[in-house]
Ligand binder design. Structure first.
Ligand SMILES: Nc1ncnc2c1ncn2[C@@H]1O[C@H](COP(=O)(O)OP(=O)(O)O)[C@@H](O)[C@H]1O
Ligand SMILES: [Mg+2]
Length: 278
């Protein structure tokens, strides 16, 4: 059974468009007209557990709209979305919120960590807000801490658990955000341009972490507009004008740790030759 199954997903935005300049006596219905933007025009897509998929496409092609639907932040105007066997389109708002909270781990470009809160507390946060099933017990403080520490260990940041975001590099902050995304053990991780604010070295570090988590079986969907990052994933889907126009396996997947090692060597050489020139 696929983790994600989209069938004929459509999303239309309806907007009032006012013609001409607004004047005092402009409460005139004839001068306003409804404009319909068809952001998604019937997308079929499914992903199995353990996949690592890039969502690509030019600006305006519908990536963010698709992200919002995949993330249960928005409902489609048409079509069905089944997540981990749950039909989301017909679910009530409580179920919808439960799915969002428990089934999806979000990673954003800007990390979205709480500034006055330690790495550990940031990772614990989703456990505080965890939506429970009827007969489910809440986690105790000790349990929350253990789970958050385990998640930080998975991203290699256990030693920094008492650091505040400002005491961490951008790459480390994004690792904390990834730990936070995983702490509820979601069905998949949904990452939106996760390295958009990072330099090349940190970008390769984060891509290496995603590759490692994926190797351990985590399902990852990543929106990116950079083809050189998509080659670290296993599959690339491309949107254009609200349609899925291509869906390809990555044949020669690159290894982010290898590329990071090479990048570090190149930089060491550059630093050496700069020192030698002095
Ligand atoms: N809230 C909205 N209201 C109206 N139109 C929107 C809204 N969000 C997106 N759109 C339109 O939908 C289309 C797809 O947008 P989007 O999903 O943001 O694309 P992308 O993320 O690939 O740049 C664009 O034409 C955009 O202008
Ligand atoms: Mg966008």
């Amino acid at each position: 059974m696929p983790v994600i199954e989209l069938r004929g997903i459509k999303r239309e935005y309806r907007m009032e468009s006012r013609q001409g300049k607004k004047s005092k006596d402009e409460a005139n219905a004839e001068s306003s007209q409804e404009v319909v933007v068809r952001a998604l025009r019937g997308v079929d897509f499914s992903a199995e557990a353990g996949e690592f998929v890039s969502v690509m496409g030019p600006s305006g092609s519908g990536k963010s709209t698709l992200m919002n639907i995949l993330g249960c932040l928005d409902k489609p105007s048409g079509g069905t979305y089944t997540l981990d066997g749950i039909e989301t389109s017909t679910s009530d708002s409580d179920t919808f919120a439960y799915i969002r909270n428990r089934k999806i781990g979000f990673v954003f470009q800007s990390f979205n960590l709480l500034a006055r809160t330690t790495a550990l507390e940031n990772v614990e946060l989703p456990l505080f807000y965890r939506r429970r099933e009827k007969n489910e017990q809440p986690h105790g403080a000790r349990d929350r801490k253990d789970r958050a520490m385990a998640a930080l260990r998975e991203v290699g940041l256990e030693a920094r658990m008492d650091h505040f975001p400002s005491q961490l590099s951008g790459g480390q902050q994004q690792r904390v955000a990834i730990a936070r995304a995983m702490v509820n053990d979601p069905a998949f991780i949904l990452a939106d341009e996760p390295t958009g604010n990072l330099d090349t070295g940190m970008t390769l570090e984060i891509m290496g972490l995603f590759q490692e988590l994926n190797r351990q079986g985590k399902t990852i969907i990543m929106v990116t507009h950079e083809p050189e990052l998509a080659v670290y994933t296993r599959r690339i889907i491309t949107l254009r004008d609200g349609e899925l126009v291509s869906d390809k396996r990555v044949d020669e997947r690159r290894s982010a740790p290898d590329d990071l090692a090479q990048w570090n060597r190149d930089h060491a050489l550059l630093a050496d030759s700069a020192a030698g020139a002095m």
